[in-house]
Write a protein that binds this ligand. Structure first.
Ligand code: HAM
Length: 421
């Protein structure tokens, strides 16, 4: 038997249809805010991620699917969507067409993680990126758009907000030594991974999941106490904007998120319906140095990524009903002589937008009805000799067994109504 690769998942009907519905809702809401779809390759040159996401991050250190192609080029399956979009903006000079550039994606991401409920090696994100403005009003737009996508999906989330300051003189350059000094006092107590983080990039210690390390970090100095006046003002404007829109948020001074590119605004949407270790249904932030570090002009940017699988888990937990796409009508010719009439009805139904199918084998009416049940058809359109002669069909409701003989056009109209209910 051919096996699916370990820890990979197929998304099959009806889940695949609910998944697609989340994508559709997401796309329609971000398009309302002026974001346009971008499709970048599934893999990039590895250095797009090592430079973009950062050498000290877990993603680059432990989680990338990196391979050499047949010419020896190092390629990496996309672990996240921001660096590729920024790379594409630079490649295609998209910044020359008016700023901010506003793009969205709905795409698979690959991370070699320890799989568990809500954490997969291939997951999918709906994300937006807005490049070319530092205006805190743009931060508010991004935060509110993600919030609206979740709300439209029926997911109740808590919005956590932080400012990472900027890497310049006044914020992080003052904070990093203070954090390092604090951590040095605990060097022997921290686990090996955390020690590596501390030496490579002290901010990354906040990504550490070990409970004993977290207890130590509870007393660590916080970046918020080192923010410069302009970052503080920027954060204040974002907070005011959120209040204006009535979007509740909680400040989370230890939220550094697992990427080196973040500056200033960082945020996460968490759902209480998910397990604590992977309760983020989405997250994002500002990355004011990323475009430049990928070889483009010094343009700021901000965006978010929402996890479709986690949105689906949160929806399931909340009992959100999403449509699935079973056929509405199964068209059943009783004998070989009725096949042409059945085919004609089938295509009339499809032309009217009614999901419909027929069986491609001769079976008893009883067997056909059983088949209709199995595939979830709500109606069966039966054409026997009488119906063929009269140019009608008998429409049977599968739930009640009620049958009505109708003209073809009435049957199509009735089926369309049924599908819309
Ligand atoms: P992220 O927080 O790594 O951010 O991923 C965004 C969302 O994708 C997470 O909140 C989560 O819902 C989902 N997710 C991540 N990893 C997995 C996984 N292994 N299994 C299932 N779901 C997962 C980013 O990727 C940034 N690029 C977001 C961003 C866009 N920042 C700025 N712009």
């Amino acid at each position: 038997m051919a096996d699916i690769p370990r820890y990979m998942r197929d998304v099959i009907p009806p889940e695949s249809e609910r998944f697609a519905e989340v994508e559709r809702i997401g796309a329609s809401i971000v398009e309302l805010a002026g974001y346009r779809r971008i499709i970048t390759p599934m893999f990039e040159n590895t250095d797009t991620f090592t430079r973009g996401v950062g050498e000290s991050t877990d993603i680059v250190n432990k989680e990338m699917y990196t391979f050499d192609d047949r010419s020896g080029h190092s390629l990496t399956l996309r672990p996240e969507g921001t660096a590729p979009v920024v790379r594409s903006i630079v490649t295609n000079h998209l910044d020359q067409g008016g700023l901010p550039v506003k793009l969205y994606y709905s795409a698979p991401m690959f991370r070699y993680e320890k799989p568990q409920k809500g954490r997969y090696r291939q997951h999918h994100q709906i994300g937006i990126e807005a490049i070319g403005s530092e205006d805190p009003a743009l931060d508010v737009e991004v935060l509110a758009t993600g919030w609206n996508v979740l709300a439209a999906c029926g997911v109740e989330a808590t919005l956590l907000l932080n400012s990472m300051g900027h890497p310049g003189e006044d914020c992080r350059k003052r904070y990093q030594p203070a954090l390092k000094e604090f951590l040095e006092g605990y060097r022997e107590q921290l686990d090996a991974d955390c020690k590596r983080r501390m030496d490579q990039n002290p901010l990354r210690v906040f990504d550490c999941k070990v409970p004993a390390d977290q207890a130590i970090l509870a007393n660590a100095p916080l970046l918020e106490d080192f923010l410069c006046a302009s970052c503080r003002e920027h954060l204040g404007d974002v907070q005011r904007g959120l209040k204006e829109l009535g979007i509740p948020y909680t400040m989370a001074p230890r939220l550094v998120r697992g990427f080196d590119y973040y500056t200033r605004t960082t945020f996460e949407y968490q759902s209480a319906a998910l397990d604590a270790a992977q309760n983020a249904v989405g997250g994002g932030g500002r990355y004011d140095g990323l475009v430049e570090s990928l070889g483009g002009p010094g343009l700021p940017g901000i965006g978010f990524g929402l996890g479709i699988e986690r949105i689906r888990l949160a929806q399931e937990a909340a009992g959100v009903q999403l449509p699935s796409h079973e056929v509405t009508v199964l068209v059943v010719p009783v004998g070989a002589e009725e096949k042409d009439a059945a085919t004609s009805l089938l295509w009339s139904l499809r032309a009217a937008g009614v999901r419909s199918d027929t069986t491609y084998s001769e079976r008893s009416l009883k067997a056909q009805l059983k088949h209709a049940n199995r595939i979830g058809a709500r109606l069966v359109a039966i054409i026997g000799a009488n119906e063929r002669a009269a140019g009608t069909c008998t429409l049977r409701r599968m739930d009640s067994g009620e049958q009505t003989e109708l003209s073809v056009s009435d049957a199509v109209a009735r089926a369309a109504e049924e599908q819309a209910r």
